[in-house]
Write a protein that binds this ligand. Structure first.
Ligand code: C5P
Length: 238
């Protein structure tokens, strides 16, 4: 997990993915495969990316009964993804089951994938959380509650907003792994994201890894933009 820059491969199919990746020639990347691409191309997409030497974050956000998640994670571990995730709302027993599944599917000599949990989706507003989930506390309290539960279950970290990362690290330590989407450069259009932050802001907040999608994938020169994001991250003091 030493690469702090994860590129979200939000493409419709494999052809678009490889057209994009080919621009990076020898650069070894950390790539996020989400539901759109995974359900379109199937598990072989993970093999294809791993064979080329890239790290893979398989962002499938599992949320089901513990036994089902355990069995699913066993299969996911066999794919060789480096980072996987679940919804913390599935509960502590489900998260523990996820780890058991990953352990049983990890081959001898391989490392178990890192497993993190989504706390509250960044697309959920506080008002929506209160009226639809009937959670009476603030959004930040709900996020920290889920982060504590995630750590208690033994997972490696959480997906959260860059604006929540400092609070999480203050409470759970700097080693707790935080992954934050919603990253934009100062010059970018924010599109449909609600609360965005720059790579520099995320670094200062102690974020472990940022997920960057359209800022890189839709740039006129994705390679140049990738190095620009990387430079801002590296030149910001934690
Ligand atoms: O293009 P953009 O940088 O906004 O892409 C962000 C990526 O992170 C997308 O793949 C999106 O699905 C994902 N994501 C997110 N917010 C979350 C969890 C995942 O934006 N809470």
């Amino acid at each position: 997990m030493n690469n702090p820059l994860i590129i979200a491969l939000d493409f419709a199919d494999k052809r678009e993915v490889f057209h994009f990746i080919n621009q990076f020639s020898e650069e070894k990347l950390f790539l996020k495969v989400g539901m759109e691409l995974f359900y379109q191309e199937g598990p072989v997409i993970v093999d294809d990316l791993k064979e080329r030497g890239h790290q893979v974050f398989l962002d499938l956000k599992l949320h089901d009964i513990p036994n089902t998640v355990k069995k699913a994670m066993k299969g996911i571990a066999r794919l060789g993804a480096d980072l996987v995730n679940v919804h913390a709302a599935g509960g502590k027993a489900m998260m523990t089951a996820a780890l058991e599944g990953l352990d049983s599917g990890t081959g001898p000599g391989n490392s178990r994938p890192y497993c993190i949990a989504v706390t509250q989706l960044t697309s959920t507003s506080e008002q929506q959380m209160k009226s639809e989930q009937l959670i009476a506390v603030s959004l930040r309290e709900s996020v920290i509650h889920y982060a504590v539960l995630t750590k208690d279950a033994g997972l490696n970290g959480v997906v959260c907003s860059p604006h929540e990362a400092k609070m999480i690290h203050d409470r759970l330590g700097s080693d707790f792994y935080t992954v934050t989407p919603g990253i934009r450069l100062e010059t970018d259009d924010i599109q449909d994201q609600k609360r965005v932050a720059t790579p520099g802001f995320a670094r200062q907040a102690g974020v472990s890894a940022i997920v960057v999608g359209r800022s890189i994938t839709k740039a006129a020169d994705p390679l140049q933009r990738y190095f620009e994001v990387k430079k801002e991250w590296e030149e910001t003091r934690q």
